[in-house]
Write a protein that binds this ligand. Structure first.
Ligand code: FAD
Ligand code: AMP
Length: 478
């Protein structure tokens, strides 16, 4: 057995690498075990950096520029001639961004004195971790004072559309299409399905999205869900709700999808099909039987609010545990677990985790929707204001969407903020900070917002909660 570690982290995704760095900052001797090999090289950064958040945003950006160059520049008096896109260049730019960031994490671990152990970690009994190196050398046993399990998640596979890495792919395969499919099917209108569907639609695919549920983005405030559906439809995404895919058949010419909708069985033909029906926690080869770690019915590692598992000194974070599968949630849980180990009484505020869908315009939210707030017993008041009359939004031709606030009518306490519009993913942070500081709507109303900025819409939306937005015909109600 090697020299003991204060902390062994299994998994080097956003949850794991942040935990490892924070541990080192606090003076711990830390190892981070990561087994991922990306494009032939061992790689840190997990799903997020290698095949998730970052590559998808790189492609969203490239495809948005392509579409905007074709359609939005003429209004500025800019003419371009025929616009074309070289997919290989777009993909290699994406790969460079990924390389730069994953390489940066390796530097950060090194600079902080964290041992990156390249291979597989398995938790045995008594906080011993078995490490099996990628290079095929003999396994070692590491004694750890504390362990953080951060092995993340993998795409859910459904037998009705088995991934063959050619005609049928998952989200990882959809980041690598060498050419634009003419007809593209997407199963699942969740965040990932909509983002990837948007990328390829902008590049020229005819995209159909199949969603088994009748409601579109049911976790969103209804006003936001309705506006998003309308906007994405207008952009050309064919979103089929109440459409459950029941079979798929690959042929030489494509893939035939069978689905049921409104009681009828229907079929559709595609060149390629992306399966985006959610992700599941990844525990393969992670836990020895006598490790003592309890799992939930759905296969997540069971943890308390502080991410402690059923074994003292063993924590689990990120996609491996309950809660939204988001990189920033994983990161903050990693930091919390380490600081708890260090004796600090920190707590992630799960009520203020932001959600963002990086379509164009972006969709972002924090806190309670109008419907959830009412269901929780609040007497709800709301205010909404559009970007359509905002000077900055109009000046940059990005005037779609709105900001909506949800508040408690009795106490004036802010409960939620919902944004669809330019830079929604950034703008929504104003609501997150306000929620963290337990702001009233009046607090926001009394602040001075710079002119001309997109954030003025935040101010107007707060004012409109009480019927006193300035750039709308509103009479103060009280
Ligand atoms: P992961 O990032 O999955 O990392 C876990 C790591 O552990 C993996 O690299 C794995 O190889 C390693 N591992 C597993 N088992 C072992 C073992 N036994 N030994 C050693 N190593 C092991 N989230 C956002 O917040 N914003 C976004 O815009 C966003 N976009 C996304 C787009 C796509 C296409 C996808 C698929 C996901 C996206 N996500 C996004 C979700 C985000 O990627 C995850 O929530 C996040 O990566 C979870 O972090 P994690 O550290 O828990 O796990
Ligand atoms: P998310 O979990 O947010 O990534 O979204 C995945 C979506 O896929 C959910 O909204 C599911 O309802 C949807 N889904 C799962 N299975 C099917 C299926 N067979 N056909 C159509 N949609 C599906």
């Amino acid at each position: 057995m090697s020299q003991p570690y204060d902390l062994v982290v299994i998994g080097g995704g956003p949850g794991g690498y942040e935990a490892a760095i924070r541990g080192a900052q606090l003076g711990m001797k830390v190892a981070c075990i990561e087994k991922r090999v990306h494009k032939g090289k061992p790689s840190l950064g997990g799903t997020c950096l290698n095949v998730g958040c970052i590559p998808s945003k790189a492609l969203l950006d490239s495809s948005h520029r392509f579409e905007a160059t074709q359609h939005d520049l003429a209004a500025h008096g800019i003419s371009t001639g025929a616009v074309s896109i070289d997919i290989a260049t777009m993909l290699s730019r994406k790969d460079k961004v990924v390389d730069q960031l994953t390489g940066g994490i390796a530097q950060l671990l090194k600079g902080n004195g964290v041992d990156w152990l390249q291979g597989t970690g398995k938790l045995l009994a008594n906080k011993v971790v078995e490490f099996t190196p990628l290079d095929g050398s003999a396994s070692q046993q590491l004694q750890a004072q504390n362990v953080i399990l951060a092995s993340g998640s993998v795409p859910i596979n459904i037998p009705v559309a088995k991934v063959d890495e050619d005609r049928i792919v998952d989200s990882t395969g959809a980041l690598e299409f060498a050419e634009v499919p003419k007809r593209l099917g997407v199963i699942g209108a969740g965040v990932i399905g909509l983002e990837l569907g948007s990328v390829w639609r902008r590049l020229g695919s005819q995209v159909t999205v199949f969603e088994a549920l009748d409601d579109f983005l049911p976790m969103l405030d209804k006003a936001l869900a309705k506006e998003s559906q309308k906007t994405l439809k207008k952009q050309g995404l064919d979103i089929q709700l109440g459409a459950k895919v029941s079979a798929s058949q690959i042929s030489d010419t494509g893939v035939t999808v069978t689905y049921t909708q409104g009681g009828a069985e229907k079929t559709a033909e595609f060149d390629r099909l992306i399966v985006c029906v959610g992700r599941k926690p990844y525990t393969e080869a992670l836990l020895a039987e006598d490790a003592g770690i309890a799992l939930t019915e759905r296969g997540f590692v069971q943890v308390n609010d502080q991410c402690l598992t059923s074994v003292p000194g063993v924590y689990a974070i990120g996609d491996l545990v309950r809660g939204p599968m988001l990189a920033h949630k994983a990161m903050e849980e990693g930091v919390m677990a380490v600081e708890r180990i260090h004796g600090q009484a920190v707590q992630v505020n799960y009520d203020t985790i932001i959600g963002v869908i990086y379509t164009h315009p972006e969709i972002a939210w924090v806190g309670l929707s109008e419907e959830t707030a009412a269901a929780k017993g609040h007497e709800v008041k709301t205010g909404q204001f559009g970007f359509a009359v905002n000077g900055r939004a109009l000046a940059s031709g990005e005037a779609a969407g709105f900001v909506k606030f949800v508040a408690d009518a009795k106490t004036d306490r802010l409960l939620g903020m919902h944004v669809i519009g330019p830079n929604a993913g950034d703008i929504v942070h104003q609501g997150m900070i306000a929620l963290e500081f337990v702001s009233s709507v009046e607090d926001l109303q009394l602040m001075t917002f710079a002119h001309p900025t997109l954030s003025e819409v935040v101010h107007e939306a707060a004012l409109s909660v009480d019927g006193r937005a300035i750039h709308a015909i509103q009479r103060k109600r009280k």
